[in-house]
Design a protein around this ligand. Structure first.
Ligand code: URA
Length: 205
């Protein structure tokens, strides 16, 4: 065991280059940006929105037309854990959906649906606004399956018109506007680490 920040590690007498400092950013990804570092089709990418001096990788994905909380970091092991289904990190979304969702429909939403890649059941569902033609629903999911929220709402008969992720695990978007980013606070990084700390009896990956 060695600590790259405290120990001098040499190989055949030569010092290893210092470990790159870990960086953690929160971006409010705007609609119309692809969650990648470069796009062969030349579309705008999230890397355009954060300083490029250090290469930071997105933690998971948001669809091109989805806005909201996206973490970026060069901490590969933490990224791996944050996305691992074992830790079931809650992701909270606000979905603007077609049609009227009544309070009495929510039981059906809470029971979940079966999608073509298996059952989908949110951890929590709240109705924020119900208009005659459009409603706003707040949904918490603990996994990051492809287009999961859109597919879930559509299976219930309510196509998603706009989707926004307002938090990822313990990190909330707050007042950050689309296109803006900020470094995570030490407290947020600590909370992320705590959320994916191995439980007693769990094997570390
Ligand atoms: N669910 C979706 O449908 N799209 C996303 O980008 C994230 C969750």
């Amino acid at each position: 065991m060695a600590d790259p920040e405290l120990d001098a590690i040499t190989v055949d007498g030569r010092a290893l280059p210092p470990a790159e400092a870990k960086r953690y950013m929160l971006l409010n990804k705007p609609r119309g940006y692809v969650t990648t570092l470069s796009d062969p089709q030349g579309r705008p990418v999230v890397a355009d929105l954060v300083e490029r001096a250090v290469r930071l990788y997105p933690v998971g994905r948001l669809d091109w037309d989805v806005e909201g909380a996206l973490l970026l970091t060069n901490d590969g092991p933490l990224t791996h854990r944050l996305l691992h289904p074992r830790y079931a990190l809650p992701r909270v979304y606000e979905a603007q959906v077609e049609g009227k969702v009544a309070q009495s429909d929510l039981d059906r939403w809470r029971r979940g649906v079966t999608l073509d890649d298996g059952p989908a059941k949110p951890l929590n569902v709240e109705l924020e606004r119900a208009g005659p033609r459009e409603s706003r629903v707040r949904l918490t999911f603990v996994e990051g399956r492809k287009h999961e929220v859109k597919r879930f709402c559509e299976a219930l008969g309510h196509r998603v018109r706009a989707l926004r992720r307002i938090s990822f695990g313990p990190v909330a978007l707050g007042a950050l506007r689309p296109g803006q980013s900020r470094p995570l606070t030490a407290r947020e990084v600590g909370a992320l680490r705590a959320a994916v700390a191995a439980q007693p009896g769990q094997r570390r990956t």
